[in-house]
Design a protein around this ligand. Structure first.
Ligand code: F6P
Length: 552
């Protein structure tokens, strides 16, 4: 048994769970009109309401006891001060340095990283200004109108999500596209309406070695060179790189003057705050990008300085542990009532699941408790007409986060009120449910004896959720929200005693794909794998030959 599950704090939570597993939130609200005030917090314009959770006034102190048992306070200090907490890669974890607007020195191997962070920010500012003002010209002297960000995972999901979320701040003269998939359809469909004269490619890859990013980048470069009579001198005006790897950037043919650095202490899925955010900055302007950093910085300060009982990210993390490890919840839904947040759950799937999808602890020992939850979701109202049925009446417990802005950027008040009323109604419905008495009361007398109908219309309720309600989705607000979620992941990783900052689980499949790739193009019958993989490879080869409509 691990020291976590045998700790006093864990056992106390198990006992508490036994006592309150049938605790009714509906009764709790009826008995305590102050529950909302007791269980909600603010940071600037952001309200975090966690009152619709299966918690009593005893629960949070017990969960905080668990956080203290795992020495969360020290671990937070370690992360913020540059300790190499990513032990399998011997790296510090310093996305917080990228948005350290106080500029206090943060040291890695004895060197303050802030001058370098500021140097790259200044380079981004100057570059964004030149592109957005039209001073930066393409090879025929035309202004850049389209940015194509090529990258995958953290080099795409974060920037893509933020670009969509902050679209109201974007320049109407500059479109930004994100190409990540190795499926050629992604690149081809993006390029088909673009002109090489006015397109700028941003090749974002921390390693500059990720197969999807590099193959897409090479195909984009070929597309471009084919249209400029192979004149390589034009590349400098149309290709920039973001990477830690200067040599590979040079080898690719991008001038290092057009390279924006990041450092190995920035994890890919935490990198949108770095030069990886260049496409965001091009889209919304550097002032807005820095506001995004400011929002994250303020959430970082809150995370470092607030007592755990008033600390939004800590409470988010602890509630997640409560459901994951004591109620056995397997998944967690993220439900923004905001079209502009349509990539939010995609982004946090990587953020959370690549970070906390681990089954050994920091010492390499197999865990005897569950870790990372399955993160999923989509925009709220679309979800209501798709999967909410299961959340309301299915057999699984699915804690949810609802997010909405009080003020929309769109000028159709009726739409906004309907949107927000749904954002408010769903958590209420999940919490309240509908009793058999209520169902009977609203049914016409002739249907009251239909026990099947009555049973189908009962909602158990007591389903937990958090709500984030904010004034408007400004860059600063988004920065704070994203930082809360990053720190939530960190809190959970500390409690589970896992390394949230490596991702070895993505490697094996990549290696095996490299073995299989050459086997697809030879004429041999493949026998070197298990019979299922052999069978699939050989079937693919046959089917590929047989297809009459093949275009390549
Ligand atoms: O394969 C997973 C991963 O390493 C992610 O962690 C990372 O965000 C992504 O690939 C892309 O990596 P890079 O920025 O080095 O191309």
């Amino acid at each position: 048994m691990s020291s976590l599950t045998t700790s006093k704090a864990w056992i106390a939570l198990q006992e508490h769970y036994q006592q309150i597993q049938n605790y009714s939130m509906r009764d709790a609200f009826a008995q305590d009109p102050d529950r909302f005030n007791k269980f909600s917090l603010h940071l600037n314009d952001i309200l975090f309401d966690y009152s619709k959770n299966r918690i009593t006034e005893q629960t949070l102190p017990l969960l905080i006891g668990l956080a203290r048992h795992t020495d969360l306070e020290t671990k937070i200090q370690e992360m913020f001060s540059g300790v190499a907490i990513n032990t399998t890669e011997h790296r510090a974890v310093l996305h917080v340095a990228l948005r350290n607007r106080s500029n206090r020195p943060i040291f890695v191997d004895g060197e303050d990283v802030m001058p370098e962070v500021n140097r790259v920010l200044a380079k981004m500012r100057s570059f964004c200004h030149r592109v957005r003002s039209g001073e930066w010209k393409g090879y025929t002297g035309k202004t850049i109108t389209d940015i194509v960000n090529i990258g995958i995972g953290g080099s795409s999901l974060g920037p893509k999500m933020v670009s969509a979320a902050l679209a109201p701040y974007s320049s109407p003269n500059l479109n930004v596209y994100y190409v990540s998939n190795i499926d050629a359809a992604d690149l081809i469909s993006t390029l088909q309406n673009l002109s090489p004269e006015t397109t700028l490619f941003v090749i974002a890859s921390k390693s500059f070695g990720t197969q999807e990013a590099m193959v897409n980048a090479k195909s984009a470069q070929k597309w471009f060179l084919d249209r400029v009579n192979n004149d390589r001198t034009t590349i400098a005006k149309h290709f920039v790189a973001i990477s830690t790897n200067t040599e590979l950037v040079k080898e690719f043919g991008i001038d290092t003057d057009n390279m924006f650095e990041l450092w190995d202490w920035v994890g890919g899925r935490y990198s949108l705050w770095s030069a990886v955010g260049l496409s965001i900055a091009l889209h919304i302007g550097m002032d807005n990008f820095e506001d995004l950093l400011q929002g994250a910085f303020e959430a970082d300060e809150h995370f470092c300085n607030m007592p755990f009982e008033n600390n939004i990210a800590v409470i988010m993390g602890l509630l997640g542990i409560w459901y994951n490890n004591f109620f056995g919840a397997q998944s967690y839904a993220l439900l923004p009532y905001d079209y502009s947040m349509r990539y939010f759950s995609d982004y946090l799937q990587q953020g959370d699941m690549e970070s906390n999808g681990k089954s050994v602890d920091m010492n390499g020992k197999r865990l005897d408790y569950d870790t990372g939850q399955i993160i999923w979701g989509q925009q709220g109202t679309n979800g209501q007409h798709a999967f909410y049925q299961l959340i309301h009446q299915g057999t699984k417990l699915i804690p949810c986060d609802f997010l909405a802005a009080a003020n929309s950027f769109n000028d159709l008040p009726e739409h906004n009120e309907i949107l927000v009323s749904n954002f408010l109604a769903q958590p209420e419905a999940l919490m309240r449910g509908k009793t058999q008495e209520e169902v009977l009361h609203e049914l016409p007398p002739e249907q009251r004896n239909d026990s099947v109908l009555v049973a189908a219309k009962v909602f158990e309720g007591n389903k937990p959720s958090n709500c984030f309600l904010y004034k408007q989705l400004t860059p600063k607000t988004l920065g704070s929200l994203l930082a809360f979620y990053e720190h939530k992941i960190f809190v959970q990783g500390v409690i589970w005693n896992i390394n949230s900052f490596d991702q070895w689980g993505v490697e094996l499949g990549k290696v095996l794909a490299k073995v299989i790739q050459p086997e697809l193009s030879n004429n041999d019958v493949i026998k070197s794998h298990d019979c299922s993989t052999n069978g699939l490879i050989n079937a693919y080869k046959k089917l590929r030959k047989a297809c009459p409509n093949k275009t390549s």
